[in-house]
Design a protein around this ligand. Sequence first.
Ligand SMILES: *[C@@H]1O[C@H](CO)[C@@H](O)[C@H](O)[C@H]1NC(C)=O
Ligand SMILES: *[C@@H]1O[C@H](CO)[C@@H](O)[C@H](O)[C@H]1NC(C)=O
Ligand SMILES: *[C@@H]1O[C@H](CO)[C@@H](O)[C@H](O)[C@H]1NC(C)=O
Ligand SMILES: *[C@@H]1O[C@H](CO)[C@@H](O)[C@H](O)[C@H]1NC(C)=O
Ligand SMILES: *[C@@H]1O[C@H](CO)[C@@H](O)[C@H](O)[C@H]1NC(C)=O
Ligand SMILES: *[C@@H]1O[C@H](CO)[C@@H](O)[C@H](O)[C@H]1NC(C)=O
Length: 276
Amino acid sequence: MEMWLFSAWDLLAFLTLLSSTVAGEELFDVTVWPEWPTVEAGHALWINCSTNCTHPEKGGIETRNINKAVWKEETHWKAFYLADIAQDSHIICYFTCSGTQKKKSANITVYRPPEQVIFNLQPAWVIVGKNFTLTCHVPNVGPLENLTLTLLQGTEMLHRQTFKTVSKVLQDAWLVFNVTARKEDDKSNFSCYAELDLRPHSEHFFNASSALKMLEIFEPSQNNQMLITIIITTLLLLIFVVTVCLCFVYGQHWRKQRTGGYGVLAAWRIHRNRCV
Ligand SMILES: *[C@@H]1O[C@H](CO)[C@@H](O)[C@H](O)[C@H]1NC(C)=O
Ligand SMILES: *[C@@H]1O[C@H](CO)[C@@H](O)[C@H](O)[C@H]1NC(C)=O
Ligand SMILES: *[C@@H]1O[C@H](CO)[C@@H](O)[C@H](O)[C@H]1NC(C)=O
Ligand SMILES: *[C@@H]1O[C@H](CO)[C@@H](O)[C@H](O)[C@H]1NC(C)=O
Ligand SMILES: *[C@@H]1O[C@H](CO)[C@@H](O)[C@H](O)[C@H]1NC(C)=O
Ligand SMILES: *[C@@H]1O[C@H](CO)[C@@H](O)[C@H](O)[C@H]1NC(C)=O
């Protein structure tokens, strides 16, 4: 009977301990701020890791490839200055409270605003019905998933592209687009417009435009066709005349040579006759 009682007390103590541990775990939270850290390539960022645990024991952040030498702290938070961030990375913020550790992670997004928008139109003049190529190049920009390039004809949108499925390491955006020339495109100004949109996680939105490039359309008209016909006819006539002249000159030359030959032969015959 005494053994039974002891066991019951033991069980009760164990259950109390268990429930208090579970309650302790639920009592505190870890927060990382900003929740969606965004930073320009090569720049620095403050990351604040905090908790609402009443008496936190240990806390901090874990990073890879980032120097976090400087920090500020108080009992419930630790803020780290991350310098010279070159690439996207993962950080883990942690705090220990009554022997239990809790973590919260965040991903740092590194961006490069579009600065240069290089636009080309080739060829600069084109015949109606033929294709011309528009090329837009934005060097050193990212993340490409958040970049949109728009090709404009005047103020009208011709083509728009967002780089959804692109490798993380690429930092150059290229857009090549072919258009068939129409008569009404003559003297049109084409350009390229780049937008890097990092909202709503961050407030950053950048845009940049290329210089204008003017297209000239060449239309083969009736007059032009007449001109071409005249040029070709003249050329053919010229070739004919030259050929006739050459034939005549060579013919004369050949005949002279032949007569000359007879002359020599005749002279020899005369000479032989004389000798005989
Ligand atoms: C900490 O925050 C969490 C969630 O907001 C809450 O459930 C918990 O009670 C809080 N703990 C303290 C000690 O304030
Ligand atoms: C870090 O966050 C805590 C809780 O939100 C705040 O009280 C504290 O001022 C912040 N520290 C810095 C340096 O921003
Ligand atoms: C930026 O790209 C990320 C990753 O693809 C995506 O989750 C996010 O919604 C994009 N933001 C905008 C504004 O397009
Ligand atoms: C555009 O035209 C050029 C030359 O005609 C061709 O080489 C290229 O593949 C075309 N590009 C696209 C995207 O159609
Ligand atoms: C010209 O461009 C159009 C699209 O604008 C394309 O369908 C066509 O195949 C291209 N023609 C040539 C010869 O490249
Ligand atoms: C294109 O731009 C030039 C100079 O910037 C301007 O003179 C011309 O009117 C423009 N063409 C059109 C069709 O807007």
